[in-house]
Design a protein around this ligand. Structure first.
Ligand code: SF4
Ligand code: SF4
Ligand code: SF4
Length: 430
């Protein structure tokens, strides 16, 4: 994992070199927030509250990253001294008597004074009761109905939760020249790299600074984010919310149907299954978008996403289910033409989906045996003994029977490089 080359609009605040220890008093004197909009919370206010009430708990949460944007692992690898220094000062400033570091197997970091809990990376761990549950039982299960946790903290004790990025931000804010930035994973065609931008930078500028042009919708926030229409980029500005963990920029050769289908499969794997709307909703999304990518969906299926999405967004117990629903609704809204092309025109515009990659007969391998012609129910193959056979792509239903029948391995998906004859030609003469 590496950083993109920095340009004028980018910043090096969180990624600046380590500059020594910070003190508990410095941490108490600064003002650092996390989240944005209605979800914004003052880290510093919570810290002071934990200190005042006493017998608190500090949890460092490094396991709740999107799998495509392992920001915590990146910071643990590149900024271990800052994380240790910030944690030591935060722990002292909070006066907490207990601390935990929840992390994934790929993170080697240990924090003095914190008990390590190793688990798998999961967005569900952004939900506070799920985080608490995994510390106590090792089981990934959200318990959002236990409202007392939200209001009173773990075991009814004042609880401060910080992710890796917030800790590094605390470290930076305790030093000189602090400016608010967000570290994010930017995916562009053929590459994925971390980049750091000042808050307030418009999404259009982020894309431009990464040397890209928005050809399709932009995926903002990965599995817990949303697809942003390419005409709406200036409405989104970098902030401290989780939707800025990941920015996905896609080009002509990226298929938005197969991307959405793979996100839906991941959502189905990640749900903790505690509540019925998220459990059943992820099943439906996975099924619907799998059918879209296979060219077998119907228009009503996309309408169903629009119908159930808002219900899940309102009724799911935790932010994972709420945001995941929003993601799939936004894919239908912004990628509709490309999604529909798969099941209406039976075409993958990006040429990616295997279901639409029609077979061709490689003239250099065909022996003119007629075996393929005999098995094709669509009469899509033309040929006769000792002549190179040909497939009519407009008649072919891509059933795969001819490739199975061909002992020469001559029938393969067209990858754009295989030249085929336009009329019957004797074997060996093309
Ligand atoms: S919304 Fe999903 S992840 Fe959250 S509690 Fe319900 S089932 Fe679990
Ligand atoms: S089965 Fe294979 S070798 Fe035989 S005619 Fe068809 S493509 Fe050619
Ligand atoms: S894939 Fe099926 S429909 Fe297409 S040419 Fe082969 S046998 Fe015929």
């Amino acid at each position: 994992m590496k950083m993109m080359d920095m340009t004028a609009s980018q910043a090096q605040v969180l990624t600046a070199p380590y500059a020594g220890e910070i003190t508990a008093q410095q941490v108490l004197d600064i003002s650092v927030s996390f989240g944005a909009g209605a979800d914004a919370a003052s880290f510093t206010d919570i810290l002071r509250d934990v200190r005042q009430r006493g017998d608190g708990v500090v949890i460092v949460n490094m396991a709740s990253d999107d799998k495509d944007a392992p920001v915590s692992a990146f910071l643990a690898q590149t900024q271990p001294e800052k994380l240790k220094a910030a944690f030591a000062a935060v722990l002292e400033a909070s006066g907490a008597s207990e601390a935990y570091l929840v992390k994934t197997k790929d993170i080697d970091l240990e924090l003095d004074g914190a008990k390590s809990v190793v688990t798998d990376r999961s967005l569900v761990l952004r939900e506070e009761s799920a985080l608490c549950h995994i510390i106590k039982t090792g089981e990934l299960r959200s318990a959002p109905l236990e409202k007392e946790f939200i209001s009173e903290g773990m075991d009814g004790r004042p609880t401060l939760i910080a992710d890796a990025q917030t800790l590094v931000r605390v470290y930076a804010a305790a030093g000189d020249n602090y400016r608010e930035t967000r570290l994010m994973m930017v995916r562009v065609p053929g590459a994925m790299q971390f980049a750091e931008f000042l808050t307030g930078t418009p999404l259009s500028k982020v894309i431009e600074e990464c040397g890209q042009k928005a050809e399709k919708s932009i995926l903002l926030g990965g599995l817990s984010g949303l697809f942003v229409d390419k005409g709406d980029l200036d409405s989104f500005k970098v902030d401290l919310s989780g939707k800025w963990d990941f920015v996905g920029v896609y080009g002509a050769k990226d298929c938005m149907a197969s991307l959405t289908a793979s996100l839906a499969d991941r959502a189905r794997e990640e749900t903790c299954q505690k509540c019925v709307l998220c459990r059943e909703g992820t099943w439906h999304f996975s099924n619907i978008f799998g059918q879209v990518a296979a060219g077998k969906a119907k228009k009503e299926d996309l309408a169903m996403v629009g119908d159930i999405g808002p219900l899940i967004h309102i009724g799911a117990f935790c932010s994972f289910g709420q945001q995941m629903a929003q993601l799939f609704v936004s894919s239908v809204e912004t990628n509709r033409d490309e999604l529909e092309a798969h099941f209406i025109r039976k075409k993958c515009p990006a040429g990616v989906c295997a279901a639409f990659s029609k077979p061709v007969i490689d003239p250099s391998k065909c022996t003119g045996c007629t075996d393929c012609l005999d098995v094709c129910d669509e009469d899509a193959i033309t040929g006769k003994k000792k002549f190179i056979h040909m497939i009519d792509p407009d008649m072919c239903e891509n059933c795969g029977k001819c490739a199975e029948a061909c002992e020469e391995g001559a029938i393969v998906p067209q990858d754009g490089t295989i030249r085929v004859p336009k009329k019957l030609v004797r074997v060996g003469k093309f």
